[in-house]
Design a protein around this ligand. Structure first.
Ligand code: FES
Length: 320
């Protein structure tokens, strides 16, 4: 993915739908239709701030059958390094933004006999589009949607209007918890489970499904990590022959891009593996924050995912 492959869009509508989530509607700036996508796809939104450019992934929640606009939901992250605050505070109706073409890293399995969707908070967004695909098909499905309290249940009116029979709500404020064991131990053979939301929810679903004997091929999850802040460090890019200083609140990938060197990416959230980069020299330690490399690969220290990972080191040389 590079800048030449982005699409210019106009912000058509912005709605504050929960205390923390804004709903954005984006239309093609030059008219016409948006590129086709399937439920579970995400886009990367390019945000040009005063001092730096943010590129954040957001799931598409609009119907894949309606390409007149794209819709995304953006949660204000208190720990944000700027991206979600930019979307909440600086973007207005009528503004133009660049987005990357949709990519699906969280697709529905085509031969599943049943789909069980489990969402926590803002994790509802990819399911909104998947539900549109599911409603048009004949495979049974159900959605379990957990939020802190009723006022945090984003898109609930739309869900109830279209999916009342297939949705079950759980409110932490009413001590309503998903019974993961009961849910995952009683599904017909060939069922696939999908989970999106906070890390604890994803870990719980994966562990319970495995304990119940589900094969990994039937367990799907999506969790884009935001690159965490950390100590500043310096990197040398061996092929470009460029030195890069990574600020505490800047990701390694953003720093490399700011120096004019492109790193391939799809998710910018530590999931897709596209940005995997060889480490040529290291005096110090890598801080791996991705969900892609195995523990053994992380321990070897010969690869890094610059979208979310960083280093605590005296020197680092990358094969870029
Ligand atoms: S861009 Fe997907 S893992 Fe880095």
């Amino acid at each position: 993915m590079n800048e030449a492959q982005t699409i210019e869009v106009e912000v058509r509508a912005i709605e504050q739908i929960t205390p923390l989530i804004k709903h954005f509607t984006l239309a093609p700036a030059g008219g016409g239709s948006m590129p086709a996508f399937s439920g579970g796809s995400h886009i990367v939104v390019v945000m040009r701030g005063d001092a730096r450019i943010h590129r954040n992934p957001y799931s598409l929640l609009s119907s894949p059958q309606d390409l007149s606009t794209y819709e995304i939901g953006v949660r204000r992250m208190e720990e944000s390094r700027g991206g979600s605050h930019f979307m909440h505070d600086r973007v207005h109706v009528g503004d133009r933004l660049q987005i990357a073409h949709p990519v699906n890293l969280f697709a529905l399995d085509k031969i599943a006999r049943k789909h069980v969707l489990i969402a926590g908070g803002i994790g509802i967004t990819p399911f909104m589009a998947q539900l549109e695909d599911l409603r048009a098909g004949s495979v049974p499905y159900e959605l379990h949607y957990s939020v802190r309290a009723p006022e945090h249940a984003a898109f609930l009116p739309r869900l109830l209007e279209r999916e009342r029979a297939n949705v079950r709500m759980y409110y932490d404020s009413a001590a309503q918890l998903i019974d993961f064991d009961g849910l995952l131990s009683n599904q017909p053979l060939g069922t696939h489970v999908y989970v999106c939301g906070p890390a604890g929810l994803i870990e719980r679903v994966i562990k319970t499904a495995r304990d119940c004997g589900w094969p990994d091929s039937h367990i799907h999850w999506e969790q884009f990590s935001a690159p965490p802040v950390g100590d500043a460090f310096d990197v040398f890019l061996a092929r470009a022959r460029v030195s890069v200083h990574v600020q505490p609140d800047q990701s390694l990938m953003e720093s490399i891009e700011a120096a004019g060197v492109e790193v391939p990416y799809l998710c910018r959230g530590g999931v897709c593996g596209f940005c995997q980069t060889r480490v040529l020299e290291l005096d110090g330690e890598l801080i791996h924050n991705d969900h892609y490399l195995s523990d053994a690969d992380k321990a070897k220290g010969t690869s890094i995912m610059p979208c979310v990972s960083r280093a605590r080191c005296k020197s680092l040389v990358l094969d870029l």
